[in-house]
Structures are given as C-alpha cells and as structure tokens.
Design a protein around this ligand. Structure first.
Ligand SMILES: C[S@@+](CC[C@H](N)C(=O)[O-])C[C@H]1O[C@@H](n2cnc3c(N)ncnc32)[C@H](O)[C@@H]1O
Length: 277
C-alpha cells in the first residue's frame, strides 16, 4: 500500500512543471527558455530592460503601454510596480502558454495588465499558428498609447511583417508617444567584425544574405536571428511614417562599437509628423 502511495507522489512531483522564482512569481522554466535566455540571466535582463526604459522611454504611472512579444512577463512583472490603476499595460505574444500563464498569474492580481495571444505561424515560437503577422490588428484604439516597446522581436521577423507592425504602432501611438525597439543593424564593416570576433553564445555572424538588405544567421532556422542594413531600417520607418527620435543606440553583439549601449541595437522612435524641423 505504502509503495503505491510513494509511486503516486513521485509521479505527481515529476509531472509538476519545473519553475524559476522571479520577483514573487514561479515562472515555468520551459516558457522562460522560449525567451532566448534561461533562468540564469532572466533577472539581470529584466533589470537592464527597466533601466533602459527609464532612461530612453520613461514610463509614468498613468501611461498606456504596449509591449509586443512580451514573452513570459519579464518586463510586465516589474512594470506592475510602476504603472498605476490610471494607466494600463497590454502585452501581446504568439506563444499561447506564455500568454495564458501571464493572464492567470499577472492579470488576476493586476487587472489593468492585459495579455493577448496572436495565433501567428512562426517556425520557432508557434509552428502550428494559423495567421500571418500582416493579418493582425492591434486591439487598441487609434492614438491611445504612450509607450510601445519590443525587446528582441524584430530580430526574428521579416521586413514585410515588421513594416506592418510599425504601421500599426504609428496608428495607435499618441502624438507624444515613443517606441523602443531592438534590432541587429549591419553594414559590411559591422558584419566583418561580427564574423571575426563571434562574441555571442548564438554565434551571430549573419553569413547568409537572403535579400539585398537582409541577413540571417542559420538557413535552417532563418527567423532564429535576422539582421537588416541601415537602409532597410530607414525604409521600414519611412513606410510607417515613423522617425528616429535619437541616433541609434549601438549594441555590443557585433563587437564593432567601442561604447555599446546595450546588447542589441536599439532605436527610439516617434511619429514623423511630430519631429521638430
Ligand atoms: C527573444 S523572445 C523575447 C521575449 C521578451 N521580449 C523578453 O525579452 O523576454 C522573442 C519574442 O517575440 C515573440 N514573437 C516572435 N514573432 C512575433 C510576432 N510576429 N508577433 C508578436 N510576437 C512575436 C516570441 O514569441 C517571443 O516571445
């Protein structure tokens, strides 16, 4: 009898998902790993994101905030200490289980934090997805959002899809709004340096040019890491009527810049119509 009880208990604990503790939440490690960095760096990256947002796109307690590619709440969790009841946060991602977890664990405690699943097909994050990015409309009104940010999302997307999201961002952004988005931005010198130093654990060498202004790191998993030239980034911003608010903040990933400001290259954007001449 005892042996059966023990076996049942062992099975129960074995089936329970492994989780990692972060700021009062037990986050499924499996979903954490889908954000490209596991438990070892989750907290440090979260802290870095918060410092970077505070410096470049400060978030106030009454702001309406949108995060695209929110993953498992790395930024939503600390933002619950910043965004008050008169503000709101909307997180969108294409990993159904991550969105469900965020809804069950974050929205229940903070009802002004909303999470929405986009069922977009993506080889890495949602292979069974049914929609394309260009079919999706952001579930929020025109001119309603103060801050939009995306960490390491455009680095997994095709130009046509990025352009679609940028147009949607321009539609929902308030005239005073700001967008923070990270990229891999390259030219021949940057590529040469990246290929020589090979600094990151992902071996970001971008040896495969798939279009005139686009390079991928691994032809078997093209969306695993995608880099664009400066010309491509300018073209996408222009198509969406967005403009750089400050010069691109260079990343450390390529080893090219002597004073990098983050891991990936970061753009701070605003509506083109609001740029002072
Ligand atoms: C490298 S992870 C980063 C996650 C999160 N930003 C973080 O820093 O923890 C990239 C995220 O982008 C999401 N993603 C990829 N393609 C997307 C798309 N077309 N629309 C929205 N999210 C997307 C993935 O599901 C994944 O959660």
């Amino acid at each position: 009898m005892m042996a059966i009880k023990d076996a049942a208990r062992w099975l129960f604990f074995r089936r329970r998902e492994r989780s990692t503790h972060h700021s009062g939440y037990d986050i499924p490690t499996r979903l954490m790993n889908l954000t490209g960095s596991g438990p070892e760096t989750f907290d440090a990256i979260s802290d870095w994101h918060m410092r970077s947002l505070a410096e470049h796109t400060p978030i106030a307690k009454d702001h309406y905030v949108l995060e695209m590619g929110c993953g498992i709440g790395r930024d939503a969790i600390p933002l619950t200490n910043i965004i008050g009841p008169n503000g709101s946060y909307l997180g969108i991602d294409i990993v159904r289980d991550s969105i469900k977890w965020c809804q069950q664990h974050i929205s229940t405690k903070h009802p002004n934090f909303r999470f929405v699943y986009f069922d977009i097909k993506d080889q890495l994050h949602n292979p069974a997805g049914k929609r394309t990015t260009t079919e999706m409309t952001l579930p929020t009104a025109d001119g309603s959002i103060d801050r939009i940010f995306l960490w390491s999302v455009f680095t997994h997307m095709a130009e046509v899809d990025i352009t679609h999201y940028l147009r949607e961002f321009a539609r929902v952004l308030k005239p005073t709004g700001l967008i923070l988005a990270t990229w891999f931005i390259v030219d021949q010198e940057i590529l040469a340096k990246a290929r020589t130093v090979d600094l990151t654990p992902f071996h970001l060498r971008f040896e495969h040019q798939v279009e005139q202004d686009c390079y991928v790191n691994d032809l078997a998993k093209p969306m695993g890491a995608v880099a664009y030239t400066k010309a491509a980034v300018s073209r996408m911003l222009e198509a969406a009527n967005l403009a750089l608010s400050v010069e691109v903040l260079p990343g450390s990933w390529s080893g090219f810049y002597s004073e990098p400001k983050g891991a990936q290259d970061t753009t701070i954007l605003q509506l083109r119509s609001t740029i002072k001449q």
